[in-house]
Design a protein around this ligand. Structure first.
Ligand code: GDP
Ligand code: MG
Length: 436
């Protein structure tokens, strides 16, 4: 799975100094493998990798993140760009009634999306929608739209199993004559691309000139999505893409491939069978989802804001020289608190990413901070001076007890011990200034 393999790459890259040709190449190999496994189209993958490579090679590694995280950020940003950068909104500025035609293979989710979009437009955009039942080949299809329309209180125009092009034309006129400002045409699909269907859709389009033609694709289909999308694109020039079934165990590859191959933005995603289970498509969220790295990306961004580069350098030096005292401990603790999840943050700090972070218990840190805050700066600088009476005072001041104070001091000792190992390790690796 894409998520796992990228996480592995990230792990492999932790603790290295800068973006080198080698570690970039390694993570790109991983991206290539992962994309292909997620059914991203081969050409799309090749272009993507090329462009990330160019961007990575020029990039400076921020002091506060590991090279692996830096690369993931570059990959993420590139993914966002490829997927269109911003959310596409349906064009509602056209003269009323605005027309939206749903197209796509059978079972892709057209009828469901027709209902979802009607509901969404009414509640979010204060529109008055009409649904038009132009899938005439299966009696059940008309019934499905009627049931759906009824459940959300949106009228459905139908003529039974008549001529779909005529139904669409009449539906448009009906909307116009009856004060609807939005008309959504639900059309038929086939299990596969079919010449007869394409001609019918072209005729329907030319009859009413819809303002938007939305191609609906099932997010679960992989490589095949590209061929289907290309055919529909060549014949119908659709203006937007809707991805259904994003709630399933999907391989987000389809989103990426369709956008890249047709250049048409994705506007909505379906995240369930219920009619309110629709979301605007956000390229940045989708990128995070494809990468499974949402947390890492936002952490990198947070770290850029909060962790001062100079602080990070000082800290590194102290770890290397084994002069990390309780004042530093307290300072780090407070930085960390600003950020939230401690384990992740520590792993962003150069040098600390080699520590066994799973042992950290976040609740304990509240006490640790209380104890540290009750010490004098001098005590924090030279913990050896903390004798029995000082301990009693610190315990009282922090609302804890002597055992807790001892525990903090012991924790500091073992932390120092770990830092010493990290420092020694870094020196042995002969890259004295650049752990992390
Ligand atoms: P159409 O043939 O293109 O009109 O497809 P339908 O709208 O009838 O949908 C086909 C099936 O997929 C139905 O069982 C829907 O309930 C289901 N479906 C559609 N969209 C979604 C979605 O976003 N999530 C899930 N889980 N199911 C969906
Ligand atoms: Mg249908």
């Amino acid at each position: 799975q894409l998520t796992d393999s990228l996480e592995n790459t990230l792990k492999n890259l932790r603790g290295q100094g800068k973006l080198t040709e080698e570690n970039v190449a390694e993570s790109l190999r991983e991206v290539r493998r992962a994309f292909l496994a997620a059914d991203v189209n081969f050409n799309v993958t090749r272009d993507f990798v090329k462009s990330v490579k160019e961007k990575s090679m020029g990039a400076e590694v921020l002091n506060s993140v590991t090279p692996g995280q830096q690369i993931v950020k570059i990959i993420h940003d590139e993914l966002v760009a490829v997927m269109g950068g911003e959310t596409k909104e349906i064009n509602l500025s056209a003269p009323s009634p605005v027309g939206i035609m749903m197209v796509g293979l059978q079972g892709s989710g057209k009828t469901t999306f027709a209902g979802k979009i009607a509901l969404w437009m009414r509640s979010k955009k204060k529109r008055k929608p009409l649904l038009v039942a132009a899938d005439v080949y299966r009696p059940a299809a008309i019934k499905q739209l009627q049931v759906l329309g009824k459940s959300i209180g949106v009228p459905v125009y139908d003529e039974g199993q008549g001529n779909p092009v005529e139904i669409i034309k009449h539906g448009y006129q009906y909307a116009k004559d009856n004060g609807f400002d939005l008309v959504i045409y639900d059309t038929a699909g086939r299990l596969q691309i079919d010449e007869e269907l394409m001609q019918e859709l072209e005729k329907a389009r030319d009859a009413v000139h819809p303002d938007e033609i939305l191609f609906v694709a099932d997010a679960m289909i992989g490589q095949e999505a590209v061929n289907v999308a290309e055919t529909f694109w060549n014949r119908l020039n659709f203006t937007g893409v809707c991805l259904s079934k994003m709630d399933g165990d999907t391989r987000g590859g389809a989103a990426l491939s369709i956008k890249k191959m047709t250049g048409v933005p994705i506007c909505f995603i379906g995240v369930g069978e219920k009619l309110n289970e629709i979301d605007l498509f956000h390229p940045d969220r989708m990128a995070s989802r494809i990468l499974g790295m949402g947390d890492v990306v936002s952490l990198v961004e947070k770290a850029q804001q909060v962790i001062d580069e100079k602080d990070a350098k000082d800290l590194k030096k102290k770890i290397l020289n084994n002069t990390f005292d309780l004042n530093d401990f307290l300072k780090q603790l407070r930085t960390i608190k600003k950020l939230g999840r401690i384990k992740d943050i520590l792993s962003l700090i150069p040098g600390l990413n080699k520590l066994p972070l799973d042992q950290i218990d976040e609740k304990q840190l509240v006490y640790v901070e209380a104890v540290l805050s009750s010490m004098t700066p001098k005590e924090r600088k030279k913990p050896q001076i903390i004798d029995g009476s000082r301990k009693a005072r610190i315990a009282k001041g922090s609302g804890t007890d002597a055992a807790r104070v001892n525990a903090v001091l012991k924790q500091y000792e073992s932390m120092k011990e770990m830092f010493k190992k990290v420092g020694d390790f870094a020196k042995r690796q002969n890259n004295g200034g650049t752990i992390g």
